[in-house]
Design a protein around this ligand. Sequence first.
Ligand SMILES: [Zn+2]
Ligand SMILES: [Zn+2]
Length: 214
Amino acid sequence: MAFEFIGFTYVSNFLTPEIEEVVFRVLDEANRKFRDWGLPLRFLYLDKMTLEPGYLITVDTPGGRVKLYPLEVLIDFLDYRLKVEAEKRDGILMNKILGLVGFPLASRNRYFDFYESFLGFQAKRLERRIMVLSIKPFEGENAEKKRVESRLLKGILHEVGHAFGLDHCSSECVMNPPSSLSEWDERPPRYCDSCLRKLRLQVGDDILSWKFRL
Ligand SMILES: [Zn+2]
Ligand SMILES: [Zn+2]
C-alpha cells in the first residue's frame, strides 16, 4: 500500500528536553490516529534543526521586547530541508513538511497578527507545502504536560487539514478554529465525518497522481 508522508522537524534550541518528549509522543499519536482512521498518511521524522542566533530579530510587543526568528527565514529553511530530504528518498511521496518551534511566530511584516493566531502558518513553494507551528501558545500559563500534549496534537491535525485543502468547519471537529485556549481544549482530537472524507479523498488523489508520474 502506498503512503503519503509529511516531513517533520523541530527547532531544538528553544525547547526543553521535557517538551521534546511531548513532541515525540504527539508525533506517534498523530501517526496512530492516521492509521486508525484508515488514512494512508504518516509523519516522517527528519531530524531536528538548530537555528543560528544571527537570524534573530527583535520585535516590540505589548508584552515587551522579544527576540524571535522571522517566519520568512523559517519557511526558507524548512522548504530547503524538505527539498533535500525528498531528493534523498525518491521512492516515496513527500511534498509537505511541518516544522515545530518553541518561540512565538513573528514576521518582518508588521501587519502580521501573531497574538491572535495561535495556530500555524502555511506557505507554498512550487508543489511543496510548508507548515510552521509554534508550541508556545499551547503552553499557556504553566499548563501541565498532558494538556500541552493534547493542544499540540490538535494543532498539528488542524494544520494537516489545511495542507490538504480543508477549510474551517463549525462542527465538533479539529478544523473548528478556537477563539481562546479554553475553546481549543474543548475541541475533540479528530476530524468530523465530512472533513475526514475530504481529507481521505485528497490523500488518495495525491497518491494516485504520484503513482502515475512515476
Ligand atoms: Zn485554521
Ligand atoms: Zn469538520
